[in-house]
Design a protein around this ligand. Structure first.
Ligand code: ARG
Length: 572
């Protein structure tokens, strides 16, 4: 149990004993040492409900509150706040337990079978910045969920099916006959653009493309083989990005839209059997009264077009059905652009109605905003083209290399290259993860690579500073007792003891920025501690105790950053 949960449960029990069992305890970190370490705010609400004096009720609650061994002081403040000052010995004991545990004392809840679906680019084109966000955020969420003990499946639901592929295959055949297809495929965006031009300009080509679509859907082995070749090339492009980023995605995680092709007619027949399907102008449609169109009528969701073709949503229905029946997942997290919100709401609503997902299967759209350029418009190159992600990441590493070389020119070239990779990639990831994911954010090289502020380089540098303390300190007893006496020690200890709380919260809300904020606070608090409480100049038990606090800080920073997919370094 986290400290906050522990205190909450005790305050809850005291409220019950004081005659207010239904009032929530509302325990939170106070944020200010003078208000104690935690504050319970539930008494005021309880008093209102009981029509009694809040301060008197607060006194009764405090009399009944059993925090023996946990708190050293409990005070009533203002209209009925209860301020709780933790006992230093209690905190020290929690930290000691974290130090002794490889997982830093993170509680393992009953494991759930969770899928994190992320990245999921369309293979017809080059991956774009929207997929970069999904890839980074999804990886962090998958790491956090796995860390607290869930059984996590990573899934890359790539767009590898649909009419565009007929066109692309037709163009592949054509360029193989007349030019250098492999060279053309080196730039997918261009390949797509050119095939689209051919499609729009030449009716014969368009015809061939359409025939390929039909053959593809009918399972023609020759066309399927061509399609597979195209998909393979496109996946290679993606893999280069994944490898550079280090985001736990390879071919084993791919289960694209094409994988559900055979299930699509079954989705239709299931929906029909459930009485949900109606024919509307030749198309198979479900009307969802939960969603209204602009005319105030139930929103129509097309499942199968008049010509027999299926849609994006049909595949998603099949995927949910599969994830429940075949995989037995209890939670699916979709890390997808916020602009697809309505799609997912409708999808989830219909999946429940159709029995594709039972009520206790958690379906979540983890939405994120758009990555903007300096000009406040969606991120593009100066010439207005979509940015090649591999090039973006290379630029990050190059910029980091220049910075590191400037800061620490004495380091060997190899070392600087290694640091540049960790710092450059870390900066791109952290810039994304540290923002509230639902808002748009502005991509800015200078802020993300700054050594000041809430950035990856700042945190990585903070880690190296702690490491340098250890280098100077030499050997020390890694089991020695932690003693908390000074205010700066207590503030640091308090933060360290809240790591589990933050991780649980990120796992529940899928909001990695909470972890970033926590790590930033921790690094800052460590600096304050380092200023106020000399480590190396201290003696005896005090010195070792402070080294132990530093050791836990380093391990927490490292573990936290690694959950965000960011590497730490011993020097930089
Ligand atoms: N391929 C889609 C796109 O690029 C994203 C897929 C999201 N996942 C899903 N299950 N619909 O926009």
């Amino acid at each position: 149990m986290t400290i906050q949960q522990l205190i909450s449960s005790r305050v809850q029990a005291a409220l019950a004993a004081a005659g207010a069992p239904d009032a929530p305890a509302v325990v939170q970190p106070s944020g200010k040492p003078e208000f104690g370490d935690f504050q319970a705010n539930g008494v005021m609400g309880a008093a209102k409900a009981l029509k009694t004096n809040p301060r008197a009720l607060a006194q009764t609650v405090v009399d009944k509150l059993d925090l023996a061994g946990i708190a050293e002081k409990i005070e009533i403040a203002g209209p009925g706040f209860i301020n709780i000052h933790l006992a230093p010995e209690f905190l020290a004991q929690r930290l000691q337990a974290a130090l002794a545990d490889d997982a830093l004392g993170i509680r393992k809840p009953a494991a759930q079978k969770v899928m994190v679906e992320y990245s999921s680019p369309n293979l017809a084109k080059e991956m774009h910045v929207g997929h970069l966000r999904s890839t980074i955020i999804g990886d962090a969420i998958a790491r956090v969920l796995a860390f607290i003990g869930h059984d996590v499946t990573r899934c890359n639901h790539v767009g590898d099916w649909g009419t565009q592929f007929g066109m692309l295959v037709a163009y592949l055949v054509e360029t193989r006959q007349s030019g250098d297809a492999e060279l053309e495929l080196a730039d997918l965006e261009n390949f797509y653009r050119k095939s689209k031009i051919r499609f729009d300009e030449d009716p014969l080509f368009a015809d061939t493309a359409r025939q390929y679509v039909v053959k593809l859907q009918g399972g023609d082995p020759d066309v399927l083989a061509l399609w597979a070749q195209f998909v393979d090339v496109s996946m290679h492009h993606c893999q280069a990005v994944y490898d550079k980023l280090g985001v736990g995605l390879d071919r084993t995680a791919v289960r694209g839209e094409s994988a559900y092709n055979a299930d699509l007619p079954v989705v239709v027949s299931d929906l029909r059997a459930a009485g949900l399907l109606v024919e509307d102008q030749g198309a198979q449609v479900v009307f969802l009264p939960e969603f209204k169109n602009p005319e105030g009528e139930p929103q129509a969701m097309i499942i199968q077009k008049k010509d027999g073709g299926y849609l994006y949503a049909t595949t998603d229905l099949a995927a949910i059905r599969y994830r429940h029946r075949q995989l037995g997942l209890t939670r699916v997290v979709y890390v997808v652009d916020a602009r697809q919100s309505l799609h997912f709401q409708q999808l989830f609503t219909l999946s429940r109605k159709a029995g594709f997902a039972p009520a206790d299967m958690q379906l979540e759209h983890v939405a994120f905003g758009t990555m903007m350029g300096e000009d406040g418009k969606p991120f593009k190159t100066r010439s207005g083209d979509t940015v090649k992600l591999v090039e973006l990441l290379d630029e990050a590493i190059e910029r980091a290399y220049a910075l590191v070389s400037e800061k620490n020119s004495g380091l060997p070239e190899d070392t600087r290259r290694g640091i540049a990779k960790a710092v450059g990639i870390g900066a791109v990831k952290y810039a994304d993860l540290s923002k509230n994911r639902t808002s748009d954010y502005i991509f800015n090289w200078d802020t993300m690579l700054s050594f000041e502020g809430n950035t990856a380089p700042y945190l990585q540098y903070a880690y190296t500073r702690v490491q340098s303390v250890f280098r100077k300190a030499g050997e020390f007893d890694r089991c020695a007792a932690i003693m908390i006496a000074e205010p700066a020690e207590k503030q640091l200890a308090l933060l360290l003891a809240q790591f589990d709380e933050v991780i649980e919260s990120v796992a529940a809300t899928c909001q990695p920025h909470q972890l970033c904020g926590y790590l930033f606070n921790l690094a800052q608090q460590f600096s304050r501690f380092y200023e106020a409480c000399p480590i190396l100049a201290a003696e005896g038990d005090v010195r070792v105790s402070r080294l132990q606090l530093a050791a836990l800080t380093a391990r927490t920073l490292k573990a936290g950053l690694s959950l965000l997919g960011i590497d730490v370094l011993d020097e930089m």
